[in-house]
Design a protein around this ligand. Structure first.
Ligand code: RNT
Ligand code: ZN
Length: 420
């Protein structure tokens, strides 16, 4: 599309939105300020650079054999750089402990330190990115039993507690170096394939492990802790130690961030409805925006009704500052850069859609009992020229408009990915 046409369409859209009481310019201004935390693991199918263990130890699985995945940190950084040139807005990068750079030396997970992330920190600084972090409690011989922080084996449990403590120090170092709080998120795979007899003891052990990991307070200007629940996983279908109730309780009691992953609940349960509940009791939340297809399949995020509902709840609730938006999907069956671009663009589109709404009028109508207006306007909004605003936003941000980003990805695939 010609730039002039994009601008023309935008001018018309501006008027149309104005006629229903929406100020497009302030919506776009607000959108620009919402950071999205890109997950590094879309680039290499959650492999990391350790070459030990395998992913299925951890109850998560990337499927598909599309060629060209990143094999080392330099390739991953180059892929992320490429991805970011195709996205409008502000970003952070979310790293896992398995992405440490140890110069070919084997460093055990409980011995990881900030120095092993120096290159990432330096690179993030150069790109004005904040970093977020995750201990990796999977893909490791000591996770092979399916238990880590909730393990009944004290030496295993101790190892993983030490890993958790080491990772918080790394997160803090990232936050200090970059001047923006690093959110370090604890997710563990612990659970049973079949019905357990004792549901209590592993939870007591997990609670104790978390208390030990979080024992030392860290300045919240540099570091924040989050905990992520799950309902079931591969190999933990019948029982997951870190359930929703468990972590909701833990987060409330210990003033931690609650992480809500869109794929971690019953298939008909949605996280959009949980945001305002969780935020009634915890200061901040972390989202793992994902797309479950029948199970926690981590499909690439699309502009679904639920994605829009998530964005609407963040915006309508005035929760932008209290919600850390992270992505969590990994598709190895399509071009991985394209997967990142599609999913992230959809997250941003959903936020834009949510911002382009006459929220005050809708809330007033609801308060007045005018549910007719509410339904009528919500449906009208779906037909508003939202795409014209999106295109204009991309144009002004200097990133490709429409599907033209795909040409860039194809070029990169030809010149870079296909050579791997
Ligand atoms: C797994 C969790 C977890 C991971 C990433 C890699 O079910 O969603 O967040 O996907 O940390
Ligand atoms: Zn997750």
């Amino acid at each position: 599309m010609k730039d002039a046409n994009i601008e023309k369409a935008y001018e018309i859209a501006l008027q149309q939105y104005k006629s229903i009481g929406v100020d497009v310019e302030s919506a776009v201004k607000a959108l620009k300020e919402i950071p999205i935390s890109l997950h590094c693991w879309q680039g290499d199918d959650v492999n990391g650079f350790e070459n030990s263990g395998n992913l299925s130890d951890g109850g998560i699985m990337a499927t598909g054999g599309y060629p060209g995945k990143a094999r080392n940190a330099d390739e991953l950084r180059s892929d992320i750089e490429k991805t970011m040139t195709l996205l409008p807005g502000k970003f952070r990068l979310n790293l896992h402990a398995i992405y440490a750079e140890t110069n070919g030396r084997k460093v055990e997970r409980n011995e990881l330190a900030p120095e092993h992330f120096e290159k990432w920190i330096h690179w993030a600084k150069g790109h004005k990115l904040g970093l977020d972090f995750n201990p990796s409690f999977f893909a490791h011989p000591k996770a092979a039993s399916g238990f880590t922080l909730a393990s009944g084996d004290n030496s295993i449990r101790k190892f993983w507690i030490e890993h958790g403590i080491a990772c918080r120090k790394i997160g803090e170092a990232m936050g200090r170096a970059l001047g923006t709080a690093c959110v370090t998120n604890v997710w563990i795979p612990d659970g049973y394939k079949d019905v357990p007899v004792d549901r209590k003891a592993p939870r007591e052990r997990l609670k104790d492990s978390l208390d030990k990991i979080f024992a030392q307070a860290i300045d919240s200007r540099y570091h924040l802790d989050a905990v992520e629940c799950k309902l079931f996983g591969i190999g933990s279908e019948s029982y997951v130690v870190g359930s929703h109730e468990f972590y909701m309780g833990y987060a409330v009691k210990n003033n931690k961030l609650l992480c809500l992953d869109a794929g971690h609940f019953h298939p008909t349960e949605v996280i959009s409805d949980k945001i305002s509940s969780a935020l009634a009791f915890v200061d901040e939340i972390l989202l793992h925006v994902s797309r479950p297809v029948r199970w926690d399949s981590d499909h690439v995020v699309i502009l679904s009704e639920e994605l829009i509902a998530i964005a609407q709840q963040i915006v309508r609730g005035g929760f932008v500052k209290r919600t850390h938006i992270g992505l969590d999907f990994f598709d190895a069956s399509i071009n991985r850069i394209a997967a990142w671009v599609i999913g992230t663009r959809c997250m941003i589109k959903a936020l834009l859609f949510a911002l382009l709404e006459p929220t005050k009028q809708l809330q007033q109508a609801e308060a007045d009992g005018d549910f007719t207006y509410r339904l009528a306007m919500l449906e009208e909004l779906k037909m508003m020229p939202f795409a014209a605003v999106w295109d204009y936003y991309c144009l002004k941000s200097g990133v490709p408009v429409g599907i033209s980003w795909l040409e860039e990805v194809r070029r990169y695939e030809k010149t870079v990915l296909s050579k791997r």
